[in-house]
Design a protein around this ligand. Structure first.
Ligand code: ASP
Ligand code: MG
Length: 453
């Protein structure tokens, strides 16, 4: 059995919904179809909540616009005989949504719990429409079977319970099961929660893993994974195949094709993922599986995190480098700061690493606190930080067989006048990273791309 996920743009217009219908109806046998909210709607649901909380009555116009958009779609994609019912269901959801906004407007306050309820309406409505549009379609409510638990102040999926409930939900025969993505409920309180922005992919992965699907198809608005962002690198090419690890690395380095946590549940079960384009359904897309295959490219992609800060700890730490590194990483990990790469400078010159710019201030404070004794004795100098740098990742499992590639990349960059502030080669089997000035990142991406593809 297949699990398919259609993102916001795929369910966002009459034309794209017609493509969804023909894609799903052409499948023989049962399939589970996860849908996002209509494209752009989640952002608007949030913005409108903020408008209402600011005691601004224009939230009413926004609700009006959302209503019109949904009704227009229903008029154009739902058979006449079902149209009245679908409209009634969607209108009743919209009227509840409006009451939520009225409440927020009156109390001028937007608690997280209320916002979570508000954003859930997007997927609740889109799934009603898609279920009624597709022949053999039935709606299965993920609020009943996708469960989250509290983890500090975040909601994270309770995977064990969710897997059990999904198996139960889909134990009876079905043809095309339509499931709202993204939304969930708390395992203890039953309050409405969600899996985080972009989380419909994750819903799809949880369902695919629980039901041992033969494949997870992610239908989106691009042909698949490209070797780089085509807005920057105009000759980026489609990558026909990559491994789970490679796709995870690319996504955590800024490629926006899939939501990074998606990979884990399917990776675990070794269920392949295919990225496909709703607007170009006959294109082969990108297949993601557990291992490399014949004819794979050496490098699968180049991506960049634009806003990073490079840190350097210097001073008399020779002989203590290992200890310094582990104290640094521990201190940062405890506060949830993700370290992007380690530039292995030689022991005398200290250690360097990059973090997201948003984490830079916290990182600086943590370093000062962790190394307070050394700093006060003067055996370590104050952390140096270089803001406004970007970290570029070059990803490909087969790069390990090409030991000269790193040197060639650095040579290319320096030849073209791009200073590499830090790099990491060989620390990971899959990824090499280069830290360059933010203003040079696009040039650097193009130069590296020309070199490796
Ligand atoms: N609608 C949600 C969002 O925009 C979830 C998703 O699309 O995956 O973040
Ligand atoms: Mg969306």
């Amino acid at each position: 059995m297949k699990v398919l996920k259609f993102g916001g743009t795929s369910v966002g217009s009459i034309e794209s919904l017609k493509n969804v219908k023909s894609i799903v109806e052409s499948i023989n046998g049962p399939a589970v179809v996860i849908v996002s909210a209509l494209g752009g709607l989640t952002d608007r649901l949030i913005a409108t909540a903020k408008t209402a909380a600011a005691n601004d009555l224009t939230y009413l116009e926004e609700v009006e616009a959302m209503t019109e958009r949904h009704l227009n779609i229903i008029d154009n994609v739902i058979d006449e005989c079902n149209r009245r019912d679908v409209k009634d269901t969607v209108l009743s959801l919209l009227s509840n949504l409006k009451r939520m906004y009225d409440g927020v407007y009156l109390i001028r306050h937007l608690p997280q719990m209320t916002l979570d309820i508000i954003v859930s309406y997007g997927e609740r409505m889109s799934s009603v429409i898609v279920a009624a549009m597709i022949k053999g379609g039935s709606r299965h409510d993920s609020l009943k079977f996708v469960k989250t638990e509290k983890w500090y102040d975040k909601n994270i999926a309770d995977q064990k319970l969710t897997t059990h409930l999904i198996k139960e939900e889909f134990s009876k025969p079905f043809d095309k099961a339509i499931v709202p993505g993204f939304i969930s409920t708390d395992c203890k309180t039953g309050d409405i929660t969600n899996l985080g922005r972009g989380g419909s992919d994750f819903t799809a992965a949880l369902v695919a893993a629980a039901l041992d699907a033969e494949i997870l198809e992610i239908w989106t608005d691009v042909d698949g994974f490209l070797s780089a962002d085509p807005r920057i690198v105009s000759d980026a090419i489609l990558v026909p195949h990559m491994t789970f690890i490679e796709s995870m690395e690319l996504c955590s380095f800024g490629a926006k094709v899939i939501y990074p946590p998606t990979i884990y549940p399917v990776f675990h079960k070794n269920i392949p993922i295919r990225i496909l384009n709703t607007f170009n359904p006959s294109a082969k897309g990108t297949l993601i599986t557990d291992s490399s295959c014949e004819g794979d490219l050496n490098v699968k992609g180049i991506s960049a995190i634009r806003d990073t800060t490079l840190f350097h700890l210097g001073g008399n730490i020779s002989g203590k480098l290992k200890n310094t590194v582990s104290r640094t990483f521990n201190a940062l990990a405890k506060k949830g700061v993700k370290v992007f790469n380690v530039t292995r400078n030689d022991e005398k010159s200290g250690m360097s690493f990059a973090v997201a710019k948003a984490d830079a201030d916290v990182t600086y404070d943590l370093l000062c606190r962790e190394f307070a004794p050394e700093l006060s004795k003067g055996s370590l100098s104050l952390p140096e930080r270089i803001d406004n740098v970007a970290t570029i990742a070059v990803v490909g499992e087969n790069m390990k067989y090409n030991s000269r590639l790193g040197a060639r990349i650095r040579h290319t960059l320096s030849r073209d006048g791009i200073n590499v502030e830090g790099h990491s080669e060989g620390a990971s089997d899959t990824t090499m990273a280069y830290v360059v000035d933010s203003s040079k990142v696009d040039d650097a991406l193009r130069h590296i791309h020309t070199l490796v593809f």
